[in-house]
Write a protein that binds this ligand. Sequence first.
Ligand SMILES: Cc1cc2nc3c(=O)[nH]c(=O)nc-3n(C[C@H](O)[C@H](O)[C@H](O)COP(=O)(O)O)c2cc1C
Length: 148
Amino acid sequence: MIKLGIILGSTRPGRNGEQVAKWVYDIASRRSDADFELVDLLDYPLPHLDEPLPPSFGNYQNEHTKQWASKIASFDGFVIVTPEYNHGTSGVLKNAIDYLYAEWNNKAVGFVSYGAVGGARAAEHLRLVAGELGRRAPTGGAVAADRV
Ligand SMILES: Cc1cc2nc3c(=O)[nH]c(=O)nc-3n(C[C@H](O)[C@H](O)[C@H](O)COP(=O)(O)O)c2cc1C
């Protein structure tokens, strides 16, 4: 069975992202042709990137990186739930993405964005990032939610 990770990209106290990610998870879980798991970045507390070697080398030294890599490697694709902060995605999500490389490669990804005006710019930002990581971002696969 295909396994998809729904990544919650905000760790802010009082975050709206939790509601959005749970809504996505509830709808996705109605499908019987894939398994879904909610991945909360609060459960993977990563410092600012502290690996001495570039992630593309795949030679991770820190235990927190190995745990995060093992979780992301376990998925065939992702739905990234992103807030919009200053016309981009959140720092915590970008940092979590930057930690890894091969674990993201050649996997499908879709985006659900939200913010004061729908979070579309955060989804656009993530499309560029996903392109660098060799992920197959769908051209029309983003959902945006307004005024959260
Ligand atoms: C630091 C910061 C910057 C923000 N910048 C934008 C922005 O550029 N565009 C926008 O539509 N909303 C912006 N917002 C509103 C957030 O998208 C909105 O508050 C959202 O709920 C944040 O997600 P969270 O509650 O899950 O952390 C910003 C919020 C914060 C905290």
